[in-house]
Design a protein around this ligand. Structure first.
Ligand code: MEV
Length: 438
């Protein structure tokens, strides 16, 4: 039984606007921007940041070290998402062809079963304090347990504003490591509200380290957050009628069964699971980049979570429901934020957040997870049937046709003839354009 998440306050798209946009790829860049502005509350100057890249070299110089300039990547819009009954278009930054097309196509298919349904944990991150040279583990654990209230208070005192916003310390946990009888690790759990939380948590871990080490009778070791954000999980479910999965004359029921078989393959083989998850991360990372978040942290957390049972497995799995629908489930950690970091200085990260119409960091994480699930569905549907090269080739043919000079209304025809010619090369595209007298 799928249950909708409640409690999240979501900024909606324009009243009555649908995220469905068919044939977006046929439009010019200008027309796509116009279509977006009809649906999402973004202003001309915000969209205009796409023309200058959204990040001045002088601002980049304040962000990292030894800056020489800035580096551009394609920024796209991925339409068709229906998430918890809300229409959503997603921003995506990615250099790999097909990621945007695949996710938007899968989101369209998912709509046929009512779209994605999500839920999330409170945005709790883990700060680790390692304590070394502990003489007596059981009594150290007891003393830390007894000082729990004091430690929580110390943690909250580091961030009174976070506490005022409803976040703050949520728990203290002590772990021992079987490999070392003189070491323990204290986890400080902090609810980070709209921040990703790295800075908040690191401050707390550093502030509490000496007191914790003193209680344990040992010496403080590392003090840093854990990127295995398994207290900050997001979950997505989707339920799709089999007929919606049909592709290239292959009946939907057969496609469904092949998707389930592909899921089972990933469940028993880590070599396949990692590629399955790479497909999920295609969507997750593309949105993550578009909203200026730390994709290395999301990646690290995702793969560690995938291996939590001792064997690496898939983050999303697929089954057939009793009614014959395809049922998909995804669960993964999602440490993302809407404040701080690159968002402050990068106009396109702020544009990305506006396009996604997200109201809080939890909502952002859920949207990213839906992008991942759509990417996974699209990949499995293609892999289990016609393979992925056909789709890649037609996209490639389109871009070669465009580069060879085909105009907006001609690209489809030139690309089709080019794909049929079997050799997708610029000189062939130019010859086709010439033959057609375009
Ligand atoms: C390519 O970027 C992603 C895929 O390999 C994912 C998968 O195999 O599931 C197509």
């Amino acid at each position: 039984m799928l249950t909708a998440r409640d409690g999240a306050e979501i900024r909606k798209m324009k009243p009555g606007a649908s995220s469905r946009m068919s044939g977006l790829y046929r439009l010019s860049i200008e027309d796509r921007r116009r279509e977006l502005m009809k649906r999402v509350e973004v202003q001309h100057d915000e969209i205009g940041a796409l023309d200058w890249g959204g990040l001045l070299a002088a601002d980049a110089d304040n962000l990292i070290e030894n800056v020489l300039g800035t580096y551009k990547l394609p920024f796209a819009v991925c339409p068709n998402f229906l998430i918890d009954g809300q229409e959503r278009v997603l921003p995506m930054v990615v250099e790999e062809p097909s990621v945007v097309a695949a996710a938007s196509n899968a989101a369209r298919i998912a709509r046929e079963g009512g779209g994605f349904v999500t839920e999330a944990d409170e945005p709790v991150m883990i700060g680790q304090v390692q304590v070394l040279d502990v003489p007596d583990l059981p009594s150290a654990i007891q003393r830390i347990d007894e000082a729990r209230a004091e430690l929580l208070e110390m943690a909250n005192a580091c961030h009174p504003n976070l506490v005022a916003r409803g976040g703050g310390a949520r728990g203290i946990e002590v772990r021992t490591l079987p490999e070392d009888q003189h070491q323990l690790v204290v986890h400080i759990l902090i609810s980070c509200c709209d921040a990703m939380g790295a800075n908040l948590v690191n401050t707390v871990a550093e502030r509490l380290a000496d007191r914790i080490a003193g209680l344990a009778g040992g010496s403080p070791g590392l003090r840093i957050l854990s990127n295995l954000a398994d207290r900050r999980l997001v979950r997505v479910a989707v339920r799709i009628p089999a007929h919606a999965l049909a592709i290239a004359k292959i009946p939907g029921e057969q496609v469904r069964d092949q998707i389930v078989a592909a899921s089972r393959f990933a469940e028993i083989d880590p070599y396949r699971a990692v590629t399955h998850n790479k497909g999920i991360m295609n969507g997750v990372d593309a949105v993550c980049l578009a909203v200026g978040n730390d994709w290395r942290s999301v990646e690290a957390g995702a793969h560690a979570y995938a291996a939590r049972g001792g064997r690496y497995g898939p983050l999303a799995t697929w089954r057939t429901g009793e009614d014959g629908h395809l049922l998909g489930k995804l669960e993964m950690p999602m440490a993302v934020g809407m404040v701080g970091g690159a968002i402050r200085v990068h106009s396109l990260a702020r544009l990305g957040l506006k396009i996604a119409s997200v109201e809080n960091s939890t909502d952002l994480g859920l949207v990213m997870a839906c992008a991942g699930m759509a990417s996974n569905l699209a990949a499995l549907r293609a892999l289990a049937t016609i393979g992925i090269q056909r789709g890649h080739m037609s996209l490639h043919a389109r871009s070669v046709a465009r580069a060879a000079g085909a105009k907006d209304g001609q690209v489809e025809l030139v690309a089709r003839l080019l794909a049929q010619s079997g050799e997708i090369r610029p000189e062939n595209a130019e010859a086709i354009i010439k033959d057609l007298g375009l």
